[in-house]
Design a binder for this molecule. Structure first.
Ligand code: CUA
Length: 334
């Protein structure tokens, strides 16, 4: 009993209730609301069934228990049409009550919106980071998904390596991302703010660290962000003002640009870093500050086991210069 209680409390603690940015129980958009309604409906029905069954069971155990002085076999009941009809019809009706909204929601969630109806975003999951592209707008980013408020966003999701799953608990989901396959899902955020995204499919050593952020902006703010990103990504990376940052840029161009794009230049193997300095986190999990960035650059494997970023064996001066340069990679007004 004590163990059971302990497990119960542990489970309760793990629900992490209360965080609006992360909670599927506090929906912040129509998809999450639909899914939450289904959860409520099925939980209420299942709880009802459980209570009724336990009550009947308890009643039967007590009412028909063996009493002192009783001998022989009790009266045998060979069957009852009335009872059989009742216990067939009631579950059938309950299943219908659950099935209708479930199937309706399924069709509604499975609807695919075209470019006229929804903002198109292509999501590619990688071990262990997220790539976000806006194909109609010619903009690419990573780790921080940027969305306008009150507008449908149509996601096309795939993976570059193994199976992952894309999940923004407060907005809805989740859906698998599979290599070589495009999955579709739409979401909408009804308020601005930052939400938490998770990888929800065991995908390797750093699965638990494969988080992302969702930045929901006012529509005009989002339009400005897109314009800035477009402008920057159409151009060559700008030369930074300070000498230290300039030194960092040279190191970056030599050692990092092969995998990471900045502005309109660079590889696609690692996250696009055009607006790196605007992001909430480093590598998706570390608080965004200079010390953490330095730690990450010095030993990526220590922070995120199994990731593809090599240890460049940078000395302290090189790290300092890189940190300085990377803090200039911003498209937002500070
Ligand atoms: Cu990607 Cu778990």
């Amino acid at each position: 009993w004590r163990q059971l209680l302990l497990f119960g409390l542990l489970a309760l603690a793990l629900t992490g209730c209360g965080k609006e940015e992360l909670s599927a129980l506090q929906p912040q958009g129509p998809v999450a609301a639909m899914q939450f309604d289904l959860m409520k409906l099925t939980t209420i029905i299942m709880t009802g069934v459980f209570v009724v069954v336990i009550l009947i069971l308890t009643y039967v155990l007590i009412r028909y228990r063996k009493r002192p002085g009783q001998t022989g076999i009790p009266k045998q009941v060979e069957g009852s049409h009335t009872l059989e009809v009742i216990w067939t019809v009631i579950p059938f009706l309950l299943l219908i009550i659950m099935a209708v909204p479930t199937v309706t929601a399924g069709f509604s969630l499975g609807k695919v919106y075209n470019s006229d109806e929804a903002l198109q975003v292509r999501v590619t999951a990688h071990q262990f980071w997220w790539e976000f592209e806006y194909p109609d707008l010619g903009v690419a980013t990573a780790q921080d998904l940027v969305m306008p408020v009150g507008q449908k966003v149509q996601f096309t999701l795939t993976s570059s390596d193994v199976m992952h799953a894309f999940w923004i608990p407060a907005l809805g989901g989740k859906i698998d991302t599979n290599p070589g396959l495009d999955n579709k899902m739409w979401l909408q955020a009804d308020r601005t703010g930052t939400f938490y995204g998770k990888c929800a499919e065991l995908c390797g050593a750093s699965h638990a660290l494969m988080d992302f952020k969702v930045e929901v902006m006012e529509q005009d703010e989002f339009a400005r962000w897109i314009e800035k990103m477009k402008g920057v990504q159409a151009a060559e990376p700008a030369a930074p003002a300070s000498a230290l940052a300039l030194e960092g840029q040279q190191i970056f161009n030599k050692s990092c640009l092969g995998c990471h794009a900045v502005a309109g230049k660079g590889g696609k193997l690692g996250p696009n870093l055009t607006n790196f300095a605007d992001r909430h986190l480093i590598a998706g999990i570390l608080e965004h500050n200079e010390q953490n960035l330095a730690d990450w650059l010095k030993d990526p494997e220590k922070v995120k086991p199994g990731n593809l970023m090599p240890n460049l064996n940078l000395d302290d001066q090189q790290v300092k210069a890189l940190v300085e340069y990377m803090s200039t990679l911003s498209v937002q007004d500070k």
